[in-house]
Design a protein around this ligand. Structure first.
Ligand SMILES: Nc1nc2c(ncn2[C@@H]2O[C@H](COP(=O)(O)OP(=O)(O)OP(=O)(O)O)[C@@H](O)[C@H]2O)c(=O)[nH]1
Ligand SMILES: [Mg+2]
Length: 262
């Protein structure tokens, strides 16, 4: 675990939410480590600190398993963006977003933005099966990792090297982009937001593949651009009300104790 005093303070928080097995952890691995690797089902949550230019962005990966449901709203507290993730080959994973996960976002910032992400597109879409160009400079992605809990083996993982995506055979897509865009509209209504003055569904609904990297950089980088106003606002507020350095306070407290103050 990184030493707390040396950790950079995040300027803004993004949260990945969605049912178990949809690929939240794999998306984060793909983006931060440029790899698709075996995962274990997340327990609790974990965050990665991404340095994006001069800004520090914390990206929270949460557990999709029902037993951790209660933690979701805690992870969403103060979020500037929530990535609602589903699996394009699993209709129920989209339905769960509305039934189980949307209410967890009530603790997010009032101006939080919502993205809908249909992962595992490599299983249904030939263009998502092609390995994406990887920019070697991105291999140096700086990311701190703070595990808030341990992880256990996934109960029913999708085989990592599925014959379907290796052979070019596609599986049936159960969720279309139109289904996702319709849900985006319902999310805006749930939040009491006006569709005309909100970010358009076409811009906020993505299909990705953590396995091939398809659209993964585009997703995270589009969101970073969109949360920039929140970053600047947070920086501005923290300049106006600077935080107290606990290390210095402890030093000052010790000095007082030594000087015999009660
Ligand atoms: N074909 C394919 N499989 C994927 C993709 N992303 C993830 N998987 C597989 O799906 C399974 C679940 O992936 P995870 O990233 O652990 O899913 P998760 O959403 O983090 O699951 P929880 O931590 O339990 O909430 C693993 O077997 C992955 O290898 C993808 O883009 N394509
Ligand atoms: Mg996970």
């Amino acid at each position: 675990m990184p030493e707390v005093s040396k950790m950079k303070k995040p300027d803004v928080k993004l949260v990945l939410l969605g049912d178990m097995n949809v690929g939240k952890t794999s998306l984060l691995h793909r983006y931060t480590e440029r790899k698709f690797k075996d995962t274990i089902s997340t327990v609790g949550g974990a965050f990665f600190l991404k340095q994006w230019g001069p800004y520090n962005i914390s990206i929270w990966d949460t557990a999709g398993r029902e037993q951790f449901h209660g933690l979701g709203s805690m992870y969403c507290r103060g979020a500037a963006a929530v990535i609602l993730t589903y699996d394009v080959t699993n209709w129920q994973s989209l339905a769960e977003l509305e039934e189980r996960f949307l209410s967890l976002t009530d603790t997010a910032n009032h101006n939080c933005i919502y993205a809908l992400v249909g992962n595992k597109a490599d299983l249904t879409d030939p263009k998502a099966q092609l390995p994406q160009d990887s920019d070697p400079s991105k291999d140096q992605t700086e990311c701190g990792v703070e595990r808030t809990d341990t992880q256990v083996l996934s109960a029913c993982p999708t085989p990592p090297a599925s014959p379907a995506s290796l052979s070019g055979i596609t599986l049936q897509k159960q969720v279309t982009p139109e289904d996702a865009m319709a849900l985006y509209g319902r999310i805006l209504r749930y939040k009491g937001l006006d569709e005309k003055s909100s970010l358009p569904a076409e811009k906020m609904c993505f299909e990705t593949s953590a396995k091939t990297g398809y659209n993964v950089d585009d997703l995270f980088e589009a969101l970073f651009d969109l949360v920039l106003p929140s970053i600047l606002r947070n920086r501005n507020e923290s300049q106006q009300s600077p935080t107290v350095d606990l290390e210095e306070c402890r030093g000052a407290g010790n000095k007082r104790a030594k000087s015999g103050c009660c």
